[in-house]
Design a binder for this molecule. Sequence first.
Ligand SMILES: Cc1cc2nc3c(=O)[nH]c(=O)nc-3n(C[C@H](O)[C@H](O)[C@H](O)COP(=O)(O)O)c2cc1C
Length: 213
Amino acid sequence: MARDTKYDILFEPIRIGPKTLKNRFYQTPHCMGGGSEKPGFQAAHRGIKAEGGWGAVCTEYCSIHPESDDTHRVSARLWDAEDVRNLARMCDAVHASDALAGVELWYGGPHAPCMESRAVPRAPSQLASDIDPLTVPMEVSEEEIRELQGFWVEAARRARSGTCGGARRNECAASCERSAPTRRTTRCTRPGSRSSEPATRPSLPCTSSAGQA
Ligand SMILES: Cc1cc2nc3c(=O)[nH]c(=O)nc-3n(C[C@H](O)[C@H](O)[C@H](O)COP(=O)(O)O)c2cc1C
């Protein structure tokens, strides 16, 4: 049966920044247990999706730094060259079908329990996570926001070096509710401002920095 012509546009290429998707089918990030630690599983799973015709295939949420370690859950990671090497297998599998590989860069703030890295996550306030109440972050200073921006930039560069061309910033979908400050955990940190004023939101400058990387 011939395709209804109203769907033709879905099969046309579309330009996103410097990249061109071969069609409009964008496989959003989703976890499946592969992460960066099981590169063969990761590559095979995403590769099959690309083979099936998706124009872009993403990783699951991908931690940018040991301070954002979600163990006991399984995220992808881009902490170092070994993670790059492992995720590059997925990129190769996706590219083999002429699709683009995307990565969802993630810094979990108060919600990253860091059970493996034993690091202390940083967040807009020191209040415990309302998802993982045993996770208590350190309050970030304005200067430290610059350092966190650097984490995003470095991870974006590592992603590019592993040829994950479509670095997708962690600003939407499921991750937003997990990394965005809530009314309970946020307070205004600008000198001289009143606590009732809108709070600063570190994730925004961080992600725009990563976009420039
Ligand atoms: C098992 C599972 C894992 C997911 N993991 C992520 C994730 O890591 N990052 C993210 O932004 N969204 C994640 N999502 C959300 C999906 O990307 C998608 O936005 C959501 O499933 C809605 O799309 P759908 O209506 O086609 O299912 C996940 C969804 C599922 C079902």
